[in-house]
Design a protein around this ligand. Structure first.
Ligand code: NAD
Ligand code: LMR
Length: 332
């Protein structure tokens, strides 16, 4: 295995990236590997990235390799192992006189970015490259990117780890335990208000969530909507979308792929469906995953889903289908 890893980060001058980039090279994500960074931005803010490079150099990171800034994604993509696609516009801002309220309102604004990025990744990225789409609407952006990549040896994911971390936090508080006692947390479906956080299959210590949480009113009225709407709650409170927690979740996803999953656990990300669990083939939907720590990520296929869960998941799948229809012109 190579002792270097090349990572592309788009939206590198944005607020998530400011928290994300330094932690990619601190030795906690890629172990002892030297990390080469390709930081990609739009031309207007490339000068901001010069400041980022200075700060990275000034931070004494022994694992930092080459660091390059560019507005040319295709050049950055050459032989890269990881692509963290953060670059896109967040909701909560006013665009053309209209406030962007829902992540799906970003479909047409951001979707186009992923056509050329998908093509470049498919052609120039490493054969076993891993791609994590953070920019919203993450699932459908990943769908567009994967479609244009035409490369099935690479793994496309959309980020649901932040939702999974949020769900763990809600469940831990309710069960009066620390967050590390909550495992096997899956976010099914879309990174949107229809996502389904699977409390039943989650483990609290060794106990199934289905056996721990008997207060179904709390599940239906506080837990599920609380996780689904947490992004909006952060925007309302901060006046900006989540950044440090989003960066942590991106790092957690990379780590979850790079390291072997602990037996009995799983991690959450949205991947291209093969039709399992009744999810339409080709949609990018959140599912439970495991990694062998050698680059191979697999779907966990033996989750049992209650009728309640199946109904909730179907709502999210229907939303993903309608998002796909809405971007049909970007999938030619
Ligand atoms: P930000 O506005 O601070 O930064 C985004 C950056 O992307 C900007 O610097 C912008 O110049 C850059 N950019 C735009 N188009 C680009 C392109 N074509 N190539 C390269 N860079 C480009 O936004 P942020 O707060 O960092 O959020 C970024 C995205 O992540 C948003 O879409 C946000 O909604 C999303 N997000 C997703 C999750 C998740 O859980 N999936 C969580 C938080 C935020
Ligand atoms: C989040 O979940 O925090 C992000 O997707 C940002 C948003 O728009 O909610």
């Amino acid at each position: 295995m190579s002792d270097r890893v090349k990572v592309v980060v788009t939206g590198a001058a944005g607020q998530i990236s400011y928290s994300l980039i330094p932690r990619l090279v601190d030795g906690t994500v890629f172990g002892n590997k030297i990390v080469d960074l390709e930081l990609v931005e739009i031309p207007a803010v490339l000068n901001k990235l010069e400041g980022m490079v200075m700060e990275m150099e000034d931070s004494f990171f022994p694992h930092l390799g080459d660091i390059n800034i560019t507005d040319n994604f295709a050049v950055a993509a050459e032989s890269s192992d990881w692509f963290l696609l953060v670059g896109s516009i967040p909701r909560g801002i006013v665009l053309n006189g209209k406030k962007i309220e829902e992540r799906s309102d970003l479909l047409k604004v951001n979707g186009g970015i992923f056509i050329d990025q998908g093509k470049a990744i498919g052609e120039k990225g490493k054969e076993n490259a891993k791609i994590l789409v953070v920019g919203n609407p993450a699932n459908t952006n990943a769908l567009i990117g994967h479609h244009h990549a035409h490369n099935e040896t690479q793994l496309w994911m959309a980020m649901t780890m932040l939702d999974s971390n949020r769900a763990k936090s809600f469940l831990a508080k309710k069960a009066s335990v620390t967050v590390d006692k909550v495992s096997k947390m899956t976010i099914w479906g879309n990174h949107s208000p229809t996502m389904y956080p699977d409390f039943e299959n989650a483990l609290i210590g060794n106990q199934r969530g289905a056996d721990v949480f008997s207060d179904l009113q709390w599940i239906e009225e506080e837990f599920i909507p609380g996780v689904q709407q947490r992004g909006k709650a952060v925007i309302d409170a901060r006046g900006a979308s989540s950044a440090t927690s989003a960066a942590k979740a991106a790092l957690d996803t990379v780590r979850a792929v790079e390291q072997k999953t602990i037996d009995g656990d799983c991690f959450s990300a949205a991947i291209v469906s093969d039709g399992s669990y009744g999810i339409d083939e080709g949609l990018v939907a959140g599912v439970p995953l495991i990694s062998d720590g050698q680059g191979k990520v697999d779907l966990v296929r033996d989750f049992s889903l209650s009728e309640f869960a199946k109904q909730k998941i179907q709502i999210s799948i229907e939303e993903l289908k309608s998002e796909k229809e809405a971007v049909a012109d970007l999938l030619d």
